[in-house]
Design a protein around this ligand. Structure first.
Ligand code: SF4
Ligand SMILES: [Zn+2]
Ligand SMILES: [Zn+2]
Length: 313
């Protein structure tokens, strides 16, 4: 197997590109795909202060690495979710990565700062763990970007993630989620711009990128993910991709080009109605935001009565 670009021995084949790459040209391809995603969707300006949500997994460490290589001013943010050994090990990976490179890693610890961890909090609030976790992560990422003065929040969602989420949302016709499933969500009062620069790269490519760049990442999946629907959607799409390379890409980018606009007006109307959480200041449709309500339930705290919700000024 030879590199399609330079004919040196190849280290990876990418069937959807119908091409093979040596290490040098594969790393270049990864960077070029990120540059293209940033340009096509106007994700990041050169002067932006960038905050990367870092989990210790391959995608978030790789996207941080690529953005710094490309010259962006990017700091990391690690959230301690209190998911037993998994959180301990992923935190160590994120810290070691940042420390070895002298890069700035912010940390927020959910149990220390908000009094609950994901497994017990989810149970107390009668939510599935990934729902409590997703809600907490969104809230804490937004808050950290807001208070740290960052212009843009980067997540490491790759093509496999986005295609699987889209697949699930289409199977269940979750039109409100379809209206939000974009590689860029513009900044709004209380929210930073949110971008996904890895949407043109797959899971296997990100693992190969980390190996070739010598990046140690946590390989184990979060134990809370076992049996969740998202993994089933990924398996189903992998089976289709195996017989029809390029399907995930066509599915996701076809949606963005031809269908996503159909679902955005409803979301825009919903956003008009947001006010400010009376306790923490986050945007919310009610008086207390979903995160503050989760904290109350997860910590068994009596909800604090709130007389007046404020509208954003
Ligand atoms: S799998 Fe679920 S619980 Fe685990 S980190 Fe992801 S969203 Fe959180
Ligand atoms: Zn080559
Ligand atoms: Zn709140």
């Amino acid at each position: 197997m030879k590199c399609t670009v330079c004919k040196a021995p190849a280290v990876i084949d990418i069937r959807r590109h119908n091409a093979n790459f040596c290490a040098e040209h594969f790393l270049r391809l990864c960077r070029d795909q990120v540059v293209k995603a940033i340009k096509d969707f106007t994700m990041i300006e050169p002067s932006d202060r960038v905050l990367v949500a870092v989990s210790g997994g391959k995608d978030s460490l790789a996207v941080w690495d690529i953005l710094v290589e490309l010259g962006y001013q990017a700091d990391g943010l690690y959230l301690g979710l209190g998911i037993g050994d998994y959180s301990d090990a992923s935190g160590e990976m994120a810290r070691a990565f940042a420390h070895d490179r002298g890069w700035k890693l912010l940390e927020v610890d959910l149990p220390t700062e908000h009094g609950f961890d994901i497994p017990t909090g989810a149970k107390a609030a009668r939510r599935v763990p990934c729902s409590a976790c997703g809600l907490s992560k969104r809230h804490l990422f937004d808050e950290a970007a807001r208070t740290g003065g960052y212009d843009v929040l980067v997540t490491g969602h790759n093509l496999d993630d986005e295609a699987a989420v889209l697949f699930g949302n289409v199977l269940h016709w979750q039109t409100d989620y379809l209206g939000r499933q974009l590689p860029v969500l513009p900044a709004r009062p209380g929210f930073p711009r949110k971008v996904k620069p890895l949407v043109r790269l797959g899971e296997r490519e990100m693992a190969a990128y980390c190996v070739l760049r010598g990046i140690d990442y946590i390989v184990e999946e979060c134990p809370m993910a076992a049996g969740n629907r998202h993994l089933g959607y990924k398996d189903a799409l992998n089976a289709i991709e195996a017989v029809s390379p390029g399907t995930k890409h066509d599915f996701y980018f076809g949606f963005l080009a031809r269908a996503s606009e159909l679902f955005t007006p409803a979301v825009a109307a919903e956003q008009e109605l947001l006010q400010v959480c009376a306790r923490c200041g986050a945007p919310t449709p009610g008086e207390l935001c979903a995160f503050c309500r989760l904290v109350d339930r997860a910590t068994d705290r009596e909800p604090v009565p709130v007389s007046l919700g404020r509208r954003p000024g």
